[in-house]
Design a binder for this molecule. Sequence first.
Ligand code: SAM
Ligand code: DTB
Ligand code: SF4
Length: 327
Amino acid sequence: MQIRNDWTREEITEIFNKPVMDLIYEAATVHRQFNDPNEVQVCTLLSVKTGGCSEDCSYCPQSVHYHTDVEVHRLLEQEVVMEAAKKAKDSGSTRFCMGAAWSRVRDNRDFDRVLDMVKGVNAMEMEVCCTLGMLSEEQAQKLKDAGLYAYNHNLDTSEEHYEEVITTRSYEDRLKTLDHVRKAEISVCAGGIIGLGESENDRIGMLHTLATLLEHPESVPVNALVPVAGTPMEDQPRVSIWEMVRMIATARIIMPRSMVRLSAGREQMTTEEQALCYMAGANSIFSGDKLLTTPNSDVDQDKEMFQKLSIKPRSSFKGKAIEVEMG
Ligand code: SAM
Ligand code: DTB
Ligand code: SF4
């Protein structure tokens, strides 16, 4: 099977709408052609700058536009970040992702400090990832030079549904940042959220945009909305396991080599529900009791789950981007 980036919307719709058993079977079949189905990568998130963000993403507890319980915190000190990274590594994480509640990166001292954090984590031999908002080509290059392995920037939803969710920046802006990341030869992490009041057609639209990028993102996070009190999305109904399975399985079939990350929303899921997601091709998770600001499954719970399912944690630096670099 070939990697394709010429998927049509109709083809993706047909896959997405298959009977669940056929869909999982097909996704699981593709998954084992490209990946070890018993391996899942464990990643850790750290919010290095929390709250007070000027964007109005209506799912996000860190936006200044909404009143939530999140406490604003300026950029963390280097030592605090290094300590958290060491702890993550010791507990088995192979990727460490630093998130900042910034709309965009600015060329200031805080950015220089983030570059130092990237250098520090890179020296610990973990895949170092950042998610800092919009980025210019020059800023992407600076991050690359500091040793950044991956950059996360989500499309969040379909182009059509986008303005129902965010009004302060455009879909085009998001795609531009992804382009800057790609040009700097940083591994791309881009996915979205389900449960934002979008239709199935919107979910298919987002997957279509991701799978028809010139190169697929090496990592595709699928988040289930974590509804947070005070945000406009606080009363959204919880997404069902079958909605997650459909997203993950379709992403796996159309982007066979990408890491598909079962991201936000995992805390509410049973081991059985998660097993369906791994069967459908999810092969990466965030572990640790906090995502950025919301609760998540803790490391011990996940270790127990891995044991039950005989899943091995995937080791670091096995992705395509690095193989290409070293080859
Ligand atoms: N400020 C940067 C940005 O938006 O690109 C980086 C941090 S932002 C919190 C990273 C991603 O987290 C968002 O793009 C969104 O997909 C996800 N996210 C934020 N709040 C969420 C929530 N309540 N539920 C699920 N995912 C969420
Ligand atoms: C992604 O797609 N999901 C992670 C990571 N990228 C940065 C973030 C989820 C955040 C959930 C809400 C919170 O904890 O604040
Ligand atoms: Fe800001 Fe990112 Fe939250 Fe949007 S998702 S409000 S850009 S922190």
